[in-house]
Design a protein around this ligand. Structure first.
Ligand code: UDP
Ligand code: MG
Length: 340
């Protein structure tokens, strides 16, 4: 197989139901295009038959390149593993494994890239998700845009076609709490949006828990904005201002109108309010400290258990996905068998 020009990268977690659909559509797509393409599937520690099905396809069709992680590391890290494993010389097409991002759009994205773009990211025109999720996403992207120091486009997820050099930069970014759509914007070069209608998941349930979604949103806000810290300073400034004004009023009343202001309830209210603000501020600082703590440990971002490239199985119990991926070279991978 010539080295692939394009890698289609998809992370999978418990996707046994959607897997046959995914393979069918990807195989059809690859057959219809004249370019050498590989599909990089990452098993994020699935507990169902996803890994088994991945093995089967990888051993029969050399265009399927499969990476198996040692446990569930979460979508962003699984995707990171896929980006590091992809061998494409020209571009990487990032999709979800549940077919919410139609892979058939690849030729359109590719054409757009030919116009001189390094990143063609998908912009969701319509979402077919429930009201709460839709509203949550809508508000989050707008909040992030207004406070982020990187220009992160509205309503765009990880679905994108990125050039080799953008992938190389992403692979060199060692940050532990990853928000790939933000990191992609940070890289720069020429980027453009491509509108599409987000489909419904082809089968099964969403694998993102609300906790994971909040975690992702937190990573977006704390990794791409100084707003929370600035907000604390400003809130402190406003509180001091109010206190000074109040102090002047009290003094004036005492000196010129004889009498002290009563107001036990008001006092209680102010104490409770500012105790809350102080606790929240501590929490915000804690959030940054936590990030420094995790980053300072310098642990690998993920652990690869096994990799199947062109139907050859590589056991890689010592292969760790610490970026930069150059450290993931074949010195640590051991060839086990040919064709399984
Ligand atoms: N996914 C993953 N690890 C996880 C959760 C999800 O690799 O811990 C994969 C999942 O299999 C899918 C993609 O990430 O291919 C997007 O997840 P999902 O469709 O569940 O998220 P949603 O579209 O509901 O936000
Ligand atoms: Mg989905």
């Amino acid at each position: 197989m010539p080295s692939p020009q394009i890698s289609i990268v998809a992370p999978l977690y418990n996707e046994s139901e959607s897997f046959p659909h995914l393979v069918q559509r990807l195989t059809q797509l690859m057959d219809s295009l004249p370019l050498p393409i590989e599909v990089v599937l990452v098993d994020d520690g699935s507990r169902d038959t996803t890994a088994l099905q991945m093995r089967q396809i990888a051993l029969t069709d050399p265009r399927y390149h499969c990476v198996f992680l040692s446990r569930n590391h979460g979508h962003q890290l699984a995707l990171t593993a896929g980006l590091a494993a992809a061998r494409a010389t020209e571009a990487l097409f990032i999709i979800d494994g549940d077919l919410q991002d139609p892979p058939e759009l690849l030729p359109d994205f590719y054409q757009k890239m030919q116009e001189g773009y390094d990143v063609v990211y998908a912009v969701r025109r319509k979402r077919k998700e429930n009201f709460i999720k839709k509203t949550g996403y809508f508000l989050f992207y707008r909040l992030l845009k207004s406070i982020s120091y990187v220009d992160i486009p509205l309503d765009s997820g990880d679905f994108a076609l990125i050039s080799r050099r953008v992938a190389d930069v992403l692979n060199q970014m060692p940050e532990e709490s990853r928000f790939l759509r933000g990191m992609r914007s940070w890289v720069g070069f020429k980027q453009t949006g491509f509108e599409y209608e987000r489909s419904e998941r082809v089968a099964g349930e969403s694998k993102y828990s609300f906790k994971q979604l909040f975690g992702l949103a937190y990573n977006g806000i704390f990794n791409f904005s100084e707003f929370p810290i600035k907000f604390m300073t400003r809130a402190g400034g406003v509180a001091i201002g109010i206190a000074l004004i109040y102090f002047v009023i009290v003094i004036v009343k005492k000196l010129f109108f004889a009498g002290i202001i009563e107001g036990f309830t008001a006092l209680l209210f102010v104490i409770i309010l500012f105790s809350g603000v102080q606790l929240m501020s501590l929490g915000i600082i804690g959030e940054y400290v936590l990030r420094i703590f995790f980053q300072s440990k310098g642990r690998p971002l993920y652990v690869v258990k096994e990799e199947i490239i062109e139907s050859t199985v590589y056991s890689s119990q010592f292969t760790v996905g610490k970026v930069p991926p150059q450290t993931m070279s074949s010195t640590t991978t051991q060839r086990l068998t040919d064709n399984g």
